[in-house]
Write a protein that binds this ligand. Sequence first.
Ligand code: NAD
Ligand code: SER
Length: 317
Amino acid sequence: MNKTILVTGANGQLGTVLTQSLQHTYGRGNVIASDLKLSERYHGIFEVIDATNSERLEEVVRKYKINEIYHLAAILSASGEKAPLNTWDVNMQALLNVLEVSRMNHVEKVFFPSSIAVFGDAAPQENTPNNAFLNPLTSYGISKAAGENWGNYYFAKYGLDVRSLRYPGVIGYQSKAGGGTTDYAVDIYHKAIKEEPFSCFLDENTTLPMIFIDDAIRATLELMDAPRENIKIRTSYNISGTSFSPVEIVASIRNKYPKFMVTYVLDYRQDIASKWPKTIQDAEAKRDWGWKPQYDLDSITAVMIKKLKEKYKIATP
Ligand code: NAD
Ligand code: SER
């Protein structure tokens, strides 16, 4: 059967890249991008949808006979702490709308991105296992932990094929990061290649799990393509990419830009990051659908520098 896919939050860091990848695989006419505002960046079909508006979501699902939804729309961790109750309202209402509209309109599969933010200070910070105790300490993390359980509920009760990954911090060159605690690891490359100093809001030794965008997109597509019976975890899968601290990413960048200047001016995001895992254990993702990351820190740095130089039209001497 032909797939007709809806992506919510398609203008975001992951959405811009995932939508293009889905268009490439399934054809532009079969992928409907959506977000709060029209984006001129897509060559394809775009619908304005506020995912908290269930009627509008349902209208688009029916119009295109959607059978798969990638529900990316959300407010992320750092932005989320500025208005915690609004973050809960938006993230939960949007997800519940997606699940309920899917159930009522024959949507077969839903992708829901969760996050390392579901873990709090009760989980081991090294090699955090999939089934570690969840005590998220941000509104965003609470909404993701609850969302994972709602996905599991819709699968168990209605058979809706909901699949989910706990993404680490995503690093990519195609789009800017949007309101997350891990954003520094994207912004730092933009400064480095423009040969400008960088002010880092995390302590130099704060290690966090990260993943290159190509690995994150590939993980998403591999999870969604896996046979239904292979998906043993219906809350969310841990996936690992690599892990590093600010001082390590700076060292990696200085291999190319030895004069790169960094200062550390910590803010409230340090408190968020300090409670998150440092490294992730992803044995279940490996076992169930063959997950294997391809990028480490130095290979991420190499691609980020090359692609951002092309983007900013900076010549290589
Ligand atoms: P982003 O902030 O770059 O993009 C989110 C998009 O959602 C934005 O374009 C925004 O306009 C849209 N949006 C917000 N509220 C909306 C609403 N009510 N209706 C419709 N659209 C709305 O985020 P991202 O980095 O692309 O993340 C995508 C998803 O992946 C999110 O669910 C996020 O929680 C998850 N995730 C991201 C990371 C990461 O490091 N980027 C890590 C873990 C999980
Ligand atoms: N990268 C995301 C954030 O920092 C994690 O979900 O919010």
